[in-house]
Design a binder for this molecule. Structure first.
Ligand code: PMT
Length: 402
């Protein structure tokens, strides 16, 4: 019973492959999952709700309002109930709705309300699957963090042969099981993440800061929380917040505040990820009143800020894992490796300002991972959610030290 107690919302849309959803339902139920089915209206042309209700042992939903019982199907409740929303098969039409946020039926409205991970398994004819609009929509929903179960190759209903077949139900089951196994691989771990920019006050209305949006840190925080960790996020002012409501957020402004909050929880942590862009210097004196415009120029005396990663790196305990970031503009690998050693990191993530699609503010990043044991890994340009997943996979490769 690999899926015992898991709540799976199974969405079925209009495709000849919808008949395979019956077998998929059977496999999920057999593994102990509680399966609630939602069908799009066109799925009703391919398979009956009676078959699916019998196999899932639950009534099947396909309308917001049931005229027979006079009852309303609440898409928000359905979206909150599920541990996983699996849409198999997903047609080109429903895919386009998901990519564009339209919600003209129960299935797409539930998708917009769902807080759980979403997995989609496309099924289409050969040329439809390769059409630029379908490829673009797949890329868009992947960038939302949805998991795509690529169509398989073989004979298609049209008589053509190639990629477009719904992934076989046994293979979908394997992906679902793997998702839940990996989903809890950080269960019981305590994780500290610093994220976003710091602000170093000049006077009551001005500060020194940088362009960090906090997107990278938020994606890492969400990935850890999704995979069972207890996440403590020390978050710079104005930075993006993660979606997961269980994450403990400590809002800060200056590097000194970020250090104090991080140091307060550091001892209790198993893993620390320093994703924040911390100002290296702060004004020596902060004016108590707004500085007036006088003269043709002005100079501000700066003093070095505490280096949070360096200081906590010196206090690192044998069982703790420290992961740093490096944002570089030249001689990137050299500087990243230097920081790996100097700050006592087990892993450092390099993002280069010279790389298109990487760095501050963007929804995507391209990174190189430098491990303490000398091995390296490179990513493509990917949504920050997928980069976060790659970083978590990287952390799992760090040998346990005690
Ligand atoms: O927030 P986004 O817009 O999504 O952009 C993401 C990011 C580019 C900010 C992020 O991926 C990133 O690279 N963060 C670290 C940027 C940085 O400050 O790098 P650094 O090379 O100056 O610092 C090296 C490491 O020491 C970092 O882990 C940093 O958090 C840490 N540090 C630096 C200075 C300091 N005073 N204290 C620190 O803890």
């Amino acid at each position: 019973m690999l899926l015992k107690g898991k709540k799976i919302l199974l969405g079925i849309t209009g495709s000849i492959a919808a008949y395979k959803a019956a077998h998929l339902t059977r496999l999920l139920v057999k593994e102990g999952a509680e399966v609630q089915i939602i069908m799009s209206t066109s799925a009703l042309d391919f398979i009956t709700p009676l078959t699916l209700a019998t196999l899932s042992k639950k009534p099947v939903f396909h309308e917001f309002f049931d005229p027979k019982t006079g009852s309303w199907t609440n898409h928000v409740d359905l979206g909150l109930w599920a541990d996983l929303f699996l849409i198999a098969p997903i047609s080109a039409n429903t895919l386009s709705k998901l990519a564009n946020g339209s919600c003209d039926n129960l299935l797409s409205a539930t998708y917009l309300s769902a807080r759980c991970p979403v997995m989609i398994a496309p099924a289409m004819d050969l040329d439809m699957y390769q059409h630029p609009s379908v490829r673009k929509n797949l890329g868009t929903v992947a960038s939302f963090g949805n998991i795509i179960l690529d169509a398989e190759s073989g004979e298609l209903a049209s008589g053509l042969s190639g990629q477009g077949r719904l992934m076989e139900p046994e293979n979908i089951l394997e992906k679902v099981v793997a998702h839940f196994v990996s989903a809890e691989d950080f269960l019981g771990k305590k994780v500290l993440i610093t994220s976003g920019p710091t602000q170093e006050a000049i006077d009551p209305v001005r500060f020194i800061s940088n362009h960090s949006s906090g997107k990278m840190g938020a994606a890492i925080a969400d990935s850890f929380a999704r995979r069972g960790a207890e996440v403590h996020l020390v978050l710079g002012s104005g930075a993006i917040k993660p979606e997961n409501k269980k994450i403990k957020i400590y809002p800060v402004k200056s590097a000194q505040e970020m250090y104090q909050e991080s140091a307060r929880v550091h001892r209790a942590m198993d893993i620390c990820v320093f994703a924040a862009a911390v100002a290296d210097y702060a004004p020596k004196n902060v004016a108590t009143e707004k500085i007036k415009k006088e003269g043709e120029g002005m100079a501000i005396d700066l003093v070095k800020n505490v280096d949070i990663a360096l200081t906590l790196g010196k206090a690192k305990m044998p069982h703790q894992i420290h992961v740093g970031f490096a944002l570089e503009t030249e001689n990137e690998a050299f500087h990243a490796k230097n920081k790996l050693e100097k700050k006592n990191f087990d892993l450092i993530i390099l993002n280069s300002m010279r790389q298109k699609g990487a760095g501050f503010q963007l929804d995507t990043n391209k990174v190189s991972l430098f491990f303490e044991d000398g091995h390296t890994e490179e990513s493509e340009i990917l949504p920050k959610q997928q980069i976060a997943e790659m970083i978590l996979q990287g952390i799992k490769k760090i040998p346990v030290k005690i």
